[in-house]
Design a protein around this ligand. Structure first.
Ligand SMILES: [Zn+2]
Length: 193
């Protein structure tokens, strides 16, 4: 005897799977998540109305110049977490970021996932990227890092400050319109008590 799933069941299961296939992320990082990684910087306490904007994964030959032009328009400074391999490929774009007075940070050589890489290999990839990215700031790709990797990156000759985030734009999602992207983050900038 074969079991034939009713139509509604199939539909429901399909929608659950579609949901699971989506990138799941917190637009605003919850306090308890930050507590899991207390040695990483998630936010900077200030009484001033400051926004610390960061851009990951460049330098990119067309997107980075566009971002730089927008920042210039508003006289804003940002931090770019760069992939070593891209910095090697696009030295002129890297130079432009520096010339415009922005800060840069290391985002590994090959955008590796820290949860799938052993600590020493991860450190070697960061060190390789260091040849092109002169910075003591580090952001792990996908925010994935282990306690052992944190230990290696913050001690001895690798004294990085590990920078995470407290609001995530989700702008890599192609189905997310610019307006929706803006709406979902703007309400998250209300300071925590
Ligand atoms: Zn990244």
């Amino acid at each position: 005897m074969t079991f034939v799933a009713p139509h509604f069941w199939k539909k429901k299961t399909k929608s659950i799977f579609n949901f699971l296939k989506r990138d799941l992320y917190f637009v605003k990082t919850p306090w308890w998540f930050k507590k899991l990684y207390p040695n990483c910087m998630w936010d900077i306490k200030t009484n001033e109305k400051n926004l610390y904007i960061t851009f990951d994964d460049g330098p990119h030959p067309t997107i980075t110049p566009f971002v730089l032009a927008q920042l210039k328009k508003y006289n804003a400074k940002a931090t770019f977490f760069l992939i070593g391999d891209n910095a090697k490929k696009y030295p002129n774009v890297l130079q432009q970021i520096a010339d415009d007075g922005h800060a840069i940070g290391n985002h590994t050589m090959h955008h590796i996932n820290g949860w799938k890489t052993d600590a020493q290999a991860d450190l070697n990839d960061v060190k390789e990227a260091k040849q092109y990215i002169n910075s003591n700031l580090f952001r792990p790709p996908y925010g994935r890092i282990t306690k052992q990797q944190i230990q290696l990156l913050t001690t001895n000759d690798s004294t990085y400050t590990i920078i995470m985030w407290n609001v995530l734009a989700g702008d890599w999602e192609q189905s997310l319109s610019p307006q929706k992207c803006f709406n979902q983050i703007k309400i998250k900038f209300i300071p925590e008590q």
